[in-house]
Design a protein around this ligand. Structure first.
Ligand code: COA
Length: 179
């Protein structure tokens, strides 16, 4: 599976806007894991926000340290987006550490499974020991993506009138580099 996770930059603007538009054209108004790409009109504003939030010195006071990645296919085309919130606060408790989306025309090719697999390595490298992922129970593809990546059911809650579940994925401890 040839997928590369890459942090957004200004060179990706046209592809990112095309990616975003495909969700809207398919009748989807929300792009999970996109750190509000779906709600921000200007790519430059969004880029500035996700870049600031990826750095401890510049993260917004009302948010948490968050890495955002586009998933690029072998042709360097954006096929997905995924984020990693390094910590959870009370507001984020039921949202979990990570969200993701694959553009509608590229689904069922194994991309989400591979995106999450790669993100787990990034999280482990960053020193996280576990991720909590939140999913609406009837979102079968997302539940499958989580379980295939080692997710273990932890608890349930009600979201917008439906049932949602939190899964925990344990991360392997990273060994300190030898001096
Ligand atoms: C959830 C989502 C990211 C899955 O992306 P994807 O690239 O299609 O997922 P994969 O191809 O890796 O498939 C993952 C598993 O789900 C299954 N699956 C995918 N689409 C499915 C569908 N429509 N119905 C049933 N199973 C489905 C796949 O078969 C696979 O399971 P398997 O290996 O046991 O067969 C994608 O559907 C999406 O973007 N949905 C909208 C956003 C969203 O719900 N995000 C998750 C919430 S944070």
């Amino acid at each position: 599976m040839n997928i590369t996770l890459k942090k957004p930059d200004s060179s990706m603007q046209a592809d990112a806007l095309d990616f975003r538009q495909e969700f809207f054209d398919s009748g989807e108004q929300v792009i999970n894991g996109s750190e509000l790409l779906d709600r921000t009109e200007q790519y430059a504003d969004w880029l500035q926000s996700v870049t600031a939030n990826a750095c401890a010195e510049t993260v917004s006071p009302d948010w948490v340290l968050t890495d955002t990645f586009f998933a690029l296919d072998a042709a360097n085309r954006i096929v997905g987006i995924i984020d990693l919130r390094h910590t959870l606060n009370e507001f984020l408790r039921d949202f979990g550490n990570c969200g993701y989306s694959v553009r509608p025309s590229e689904r069922r090719k194994g991309y989400a499974t591979e995106m999450l697999r790669q993100l787990l390595q990034i999280a482990a490298d960053a020193g996280l020991t576990a991720l909590h992922l939140s999913v609406e129970r009837d979102n079968v593809p997302s539940v499958r993506t989580i379980v295939k990546n080692g997710g273990v059911y932890e608890r349930s809650f009600t979201f917008e009138g439906g049932e949602a579940d939190i899964y925990r994925i344990a991360l392997p401890p990273q060994h300190e580099a030898q001096a």
